[in-house]
Every structure is written in C-alpha cells, then in structure tokens.
Design a protein around this ligand. Structure first.
Ligand SMILES: [Zn+2]
Ligand SMILES: [Zn+2]
Length: 386
C-alpha cells in the first residue's frame, strides 16, 4: 500500500518497522530491537539483540529461542518510551502472553495485532489466556488467517461438549482418544476443555514443556501424565485421552497402545473433506484466530479509519474494508512461513495461501549478546512518562 513519511509502521525487508522509535515488530530477520507479539515460531525468531515481549510469554520464548536470546518483559497496559514512541501491550486472546502492540507518537496511535482471537459466537473462548481487548487507534494492522465469511466458530462451551462426547464414546468402546493440536496454545486450550472424570489424560513431552510455562503463569490445567509414546502404559489402562502435536502422525507414536482413534483440532477443520483427506476419525473446529465475524467486529471496535492487513486472506478482507468506506491495504509479511500455529496442513492449501509447509523449527541464527558490542535495550521509563 502507499505509505507516507509520517507512518508509524512501515514494511522493511526485516519486518514491520517503526522509523520514529527505531524498532521492529515481529521481525523475520535478526534486528537490534524487536517487539514480539507472541511466541509462535513465525512471529518470534531468535537472533535479535534486544527483544521485548509480554511477561507471560517469556517462559515459552526462553524455551523456544534458547538461553542466549536477551529477553525483556512488559506487562499488559504498562508503557515504555522508545525514542519518543510510547509502546504498550494489550491482550490479543490468541495464546499465553499474546499481545497487540500499541504505538503512540506525535498524536498518532497505531495498533499492530499480531495474531488474535475474537469469536463471532461472542464468548471469550480461550480460557488459557487473557481475552482480546479492543484498543482504539487511527491505524490498525490486522492479521487475516481466517478472513473468509465461511469461517465462523462455535462457542467454547459447545466445542468442549463435542470433544468430551467424542472422548466418552471412544472410552465406551475401549479405545484411546488421540487429539492432535499445535503444541503451543492449541494443546493447552484442548487440555482445559477436557472433563478429567471421563478417564486418564496423557500428554506428549513437547506439550508438557509448554504446559509448564502456562502453569508458571497461573493457568489451570487438568492433571495428566507425560507419555513419551514408547514405554508401556499402565496395565489395563483404557479410554485415555492423549494430547499431542500433529507431527506424531505417521511416526509411530502411541503405537502399541491398542485401539487409538485420531482427531485433529484446527480452524481448517471447517473446510469440507479436510478431516477425511487427513485420515482423521474426527475433526474439531477449534482455532486461536478470529473468525470472520470476530475479525470484522474487532476492526470496527478499534475505530480505525485505516487498516493494514497481513498474513492470510488479505485481498478478501481489504476488499470488504474498502466497501465499508475504510482506507485499507496490505503488508506482505513472512508470517505463516514455517512452523506457525495454524499454517495449512496439506500441500495444496499451502500453495493456495502462498506458504511453506516446512514444519521443522529453524535453528537460531545470529549470535546474540556479543560481548564486544554495546547491548541495545528498550529504555524503560514507566507509566509516569505518559
Ligand atoms: Zn500465532
Ligand atoms: Zn500469525
């Protein structure tokens, strides 16, 4: 889109850049100063010399980016001033610690959403993180992962009932239920949905590592045992629920457990035939992104007159926004390229969305914390500054 020299955020090869404050938001290349909206791998990459994120996301960032990445935390609603730009973070409802970034400078207010969850069903949906908070602004940078009118999510209570009914039916048949969802965010939301009175809960070690960060942040999860997929399970164990990341499919995980039924939880399950093509017994339409009514309501609630759309169905949303009389355009970002949270799971979808199907985490890149160089930081001045 056409940008003006006054824009608080512009697109650069490294990512979304704030010229006035000299920092990036969710950059995909190593930079001096990064504000990171959440710890999903396509938004949070290692190698930045300073990285600012919401305090509840620091545990997962540390787990994923390694011990050498400098991290700096900011609470929701707390402000920090960077070269005259006031930065604050506000709940995005997506995963633990996910934040919208609010920037204020010289009378202008911009908000960059990162990924966010707002459901047209009108409930708060995700019990494992702070719900999305509408933030008033002049310009809103929004994601568009599910920005097609076909995407409409059911209320969380209904989703929970669907999942527990399926588990009960598996258990009644003497089968285990293997429920697959992305290890950070989705798996915890699924665990929080479960009724532990139905049977034992087992989780994959990758899910357990993320769960620890959730519990450390005070999020309640049901009791479970960690299952590495190899060892023997308790004799006579029947009707267990196993929660694991999607990549356990085809690698023999949970083989030897007896009869196991497979389900996948993703917003993409709303698309007809998806479940069958993935060879799943069940599909649950559970997403940590906004559905179409959620996106359009969230955008309206910001009061923004200008909207910049990133990763997803940008063109559909831009067209719709222009029909509503708003100024709208796109930033072509690298989000969704690599192991994101709800990237397309089938190769043809990846082609449609212009995304990579590479699911392997990328290695950490540049050296961080180089002792020879002065370490940049964000200059915390606190609330009194504004
Ligand atoms: Zn995400
Ligand atoms: Zn994203």
């Amino acid at each position: 889109m056409t940008t003006s020299g006054d824009d608080l955020v512009v697109l650069r090869p490294q990512g979304l850049y704030c010229p006035a404050g000299d920092f990036y938001i969710d950059p995909w290349r190593p930079v001096d100063r990064a504000v990171v909206t959440h710890a999903h791998a396509d938004h949070a990459r290692a190698g930045h010399r300073a990285l600012l994120a919401q305090v509840d996301s620091l545990g997962v960032l540390r787990e994923r980016l390694g011990p050498r990445q400098p991290l700096q935390g900011l609470r929701y609603g707390e402000t920090l001033t960077q070269r005259g730009v006031t930065i604050s973070l506000h709940p995005a409802g997506h995963v633990l610690g996910s934040a919208q970034v609010r920037l204020e400078h010289a009378g202008r207010v911009w908000v960059a959403s990162g990924d966010y969850f707002v459901s047209g069903a009108g409930d708060e949906g995700n019990a494992t993180c702070e719900p999305f908070e509408p933030v008033r602004c002049d310009t809103f940078i929004t994601e568009s992962t599910f920005a097609l009118p076909i995407y409409r999510w059911a209320a969380q209570a209904e989703l929970n009932a669907q999942i527990n009914r399926w588990w009960s039916a598996c258990a009644a048949d003497g089968a285990h239920a293997l429920l697959m969802g992305y290890s950070f965010g989705k798996a915890q939301r699924l665990l929080a949905a479960l009724d532990p009175s139905i049977g034992p809960i087992l989780v994959h070690p990758t899910v357990d590592r993320i769960n620890r960060a959730y519990r450390a942040a005070g999020v309640a999860l049901p009791p479970y045992r960690v299952f590495d997929g190899q060892g023997p399970v308790a004799p006579g164990l029947r009707g267990a629920m196993l929660v694991a990341p999607p990549n356990v499919r085809g690698n023999g995980w949970a083989q030897g457990l007896g009869e196991v039924r497979h389900a996948f939880a993703s917003g993409w399950m709303q698309v007809r035939n998806r479940r069958q093509r993935m060879g799943m017994d069940r599909g649950f339409v559970v997403s940590d992104h906004a559905d179409w009514p959620g996106l359009t309501r969230a955008i309206a609630d910001t009061g923004a007159s200008r909207v910049i759309v990133t990763h997803g169905y940008e063109d559909t949303l831009v067209r719709w926004l222009r029909e509503q009389g708003l100024q709208a355009g796109t930033f072509r970002t690298a989000y969704g390229d690599g192991p994101g949270d709800e990237e397309p799971v089938l190769a043809d979808e990846a082609a449609t969305a212009g995304r990579s199907t590479d699911r392997e985490p990328r290695g950490t890149t540049a050296a961080v914390g180089d002792a020879d160089a002065e370490q940049p930081t964000f200059d915390i001045r606190g609330d009194s500054d504004t």
